[in-house]
Each structure stands twice: as structure tokens, then as C-alpha cells.
Design a protein. Structure first.
Length: 326
């Protein structure tokens, strides 16, 4: 028989044969194209996963609608941040309260009562992408702290009489994580007052566990974890070029931040959101700092979320605050 042989896979291979192209080369190019397509799909997948690590809450709490709290919008380089001020009392100390993830200042008014009852000038805040504050396209705690610091400095320029000689901080959940970083970056604050005490309620104290949780939620295969971590850190550094965070461990206490003033820990005994790791890390670090007064309470009646008003918490904060200000 004569003529060009037809390959069993169709005329296309026969066509390449007429051009003198070896079948091995055809199959090799096809394999390379297949690998390239798989690589591009993997790159799209892992890049998308990295972007989701900087997602903001999908829903916001409503702003505070209460005549007692004066709303003040302050412009920063990253956008507007909303503060709420209690009526100013001359020469009074100042308390700053920061809410948790997907919450808002409106959920801190009950917690603020211990401070306002004690006569402190009290400031609540909607973190970026929460409440009435501007959104960050890519949310990070470091970026939020940068926005908070700049906002507080500008608020101080507008209302210096609202900031006293002693500063107190109350952070719930993510607000605790923000407080740790604020403590470390305190040198960037242009305030006359000195930090005099910290109240941490069921605080987040590290990002490592949150990253693990993100990997589980995204159903990320263990094989891709290192690649995601690398991309997340690269994106983090691009968003926060002046940050000293270089690995996941740097976003955990104590490298992320620690507390060097009297501290009160109020921990939900059954923390359905963060578990035990976070508050145990705080307790361990504070015990190592034996010179820092530290008081911790495990509250059986306190839940991680939804405890806007809580009588036992209020009494403990009021008692601790009296001891610090007397």
C-alpha cells in the first residue's frame, strides 16, 4: 500500500506527519500546554485564596444613634474613620474602646458604661470596613491600626481637651489584637497622656490560628499551604511596607505586641469563637512579665459574642478601674 499513513487518532496527526513533524514533538507540546493550563489555574486559585485572606466583613453594624455619643468623622490617608465621644469632662482621664471583627462601636456602649460612670472621657471607634468608617479594599489589622493611630492623632488636634493625662484601653476579641499592636506602636501616637491600663475581653492574641482557620474554611489542601502563606505575607508587606511582620509568628503575641501596664483579662469560660489558645497565650506572656500587675477572670456567664450588657463584667471593670485611678 502507498500514500501517507493516517494515524489512528485522526487526520491532524497525519497532517503533522506530512510536514515532517515528529509525533513525539506533537505530544510533547500538548503535554507542555496541559501543564501550563494547570499551572495558570493553580495560580488563579492560590491568588484568589490569598485575596480572600484580606476580606472585610460582608455586613456592617449600624452606627450609634444616641445623643449621648457625639459622632466625629476624621479623615486619614486611608479614608475616614468614625469616632464617638462622650461629653467632655475637663481634666478627666480617657478611655478608648475598640470592638471585635464584624461588630461595631454600637456593641461597645454597654461596655463603656463602667468608664463613663467613673467620669472618664470615653471614645468609641468603628474600625475600617465596620460601622460608619470607610472601607479598606484589602483589610488587615495592621492597616486598621495605622488608620486608628492617624485618626486618634487628628482627633486630638481637634479636641485636645478630651484626652487626659492617663489613657485606658478596652479591646474585645479583634479589638484586643488591635490593642496589642497599638501598645507596640505607641510611639506613633501624638497624645499627651500615658498608657495606664488595659482591659482585654476574650481577646485575639495571634494570627497563626486565624490563618489555620482560613485554610480550613477555604478547604485548602495541605500541599498549597506554604504557597498561600508566602503570598499572604507578600501582600501584607505590600499593603504595610513599614511593618516589621516578616512571618506568621511575628503576628502573634509577644512579637506583635505586649502590655507593660496594669492589665485586666475578662475571658468567656466557654469561648465558642476563639477557644483557649488566645487567652492562654496572653496569660503566659503576662506571667513572664512579673513586674506588670495582671488580673484575670474566667466568667461562666460570659459568651464571646452577644454580651453587650453583662453585670458581672461591668462590676469587675468598675472595681479594677477604681483601683487604677484612686
Amino acid at each position: 500500500m502507498s500514500g501517507t499513513p493516517i494515524a489512528p487518532h485522526g487526520r491532524e496527526i497525519g497532517f503533522f506527519a506530512t510536514l515532517g513533524v515528529p509525533l513525539s514533538l506533537v505530544f510533547g507540546i500538548g503535554a507542555l500546554l496541559g501543564v501550563l493550563v494547570l499551572y495558570l489555574l493553580w495560580l488563579l486559585y492560590i491568588t484568589t485564596m490569598a485575596r480572600l485572606s484580606f476580606r472585610a466583613p460582608s455586613k456592617r453594624k449600624l452606627p450609634i444613634e444616641d445623643a449621648f455619643w457625639q459622632a466625629v468623622d476624621v479623615s486619614t490617608r486611608l479614608g475616614e474613620i468614625r469616632f464617638y465621644r462622650s461629653p467632655t469632662r475637663p481634666n478627666a482621664d480617657t478611655a478608648i474602646l475598640v470592638h471585635g471583627w464584624s461588630s461595631g462601636a454600637t456593641r461597645m456602649t454597654g461596655r463603656a458604661k463602667a468608664f463613663t460612670d467613673a467620669g472618664l472621657n470615653t471614645i468609641l471607634v468603628d474600625l475600617p470596613s465596620h460601622g460608619a468608617s470607610a472601607s479598606l479594599r484589602f483589610w488587615s489589622a495592621e492597616g486598621s491600626v495605622s488608620m486608628l493611630i492617624e485618626g486618634l492623632n487628628r482627633l486630638n488636634q481637634q479636641s485636645a481637651d478630651h484626652f487626659g493625662k492617663r489613657l485606658f484601653y478596652f479591646g474585645h476579641s479583634m479589638g484586643g489584637f488591635v490593642g496589642l499592636r497599638l501598645s507596640k506602636r505607641r510611639g506613633e501616637l501624638d497624645l499627651d497622656g500615658v498608657w495606664s491600663g488595659w482591659v482585654m475581653e476574650s481577646p485575639m492574641t495571634g494570627y497563626s490560628e486565624i490563618f489555620d482557620e482560613t485554610c480550613r474554611l477555604l478547604r485548602l489542601p495541605q500541599l498549597f499551604r506554604w504557597s498561600l502563606e508566602t503570598r499572604v505575607l507578600r501582600k501584607f508587606r505590600a499593603l504595610n511596607p513599614h511593618s516589621d511582620v516578616r512571618c506568621l509568628g511575628d503576628a502573634d503575641m509577644p512579637v506583635w505586641g505586649t502590655l507593660t501596664e496594669p492589665t485586666l483579662l475578662l475571658q468567656a469560660a466557654n469561648d465558642e469563637r476563639l477557644g483557649n489558645t488566645h487567652h492562654e497565650r496572653l496569660v503566659g506572656e503576662m506571667k513572664r512579665s512579673t513586674s506588670v500587675p495582671f488580673e484575670a477572670h474566667m466568667l461562666d456567664t460570659l459568651t464571646h459574642s452577644g454580651a453587650h450588657d453583662h453585670a458581672e463584667r461591668h462590676a469587675l471593670v468598675a472595681s479594677w478601674l477604681t483601683a487604677q485611678t484612686s
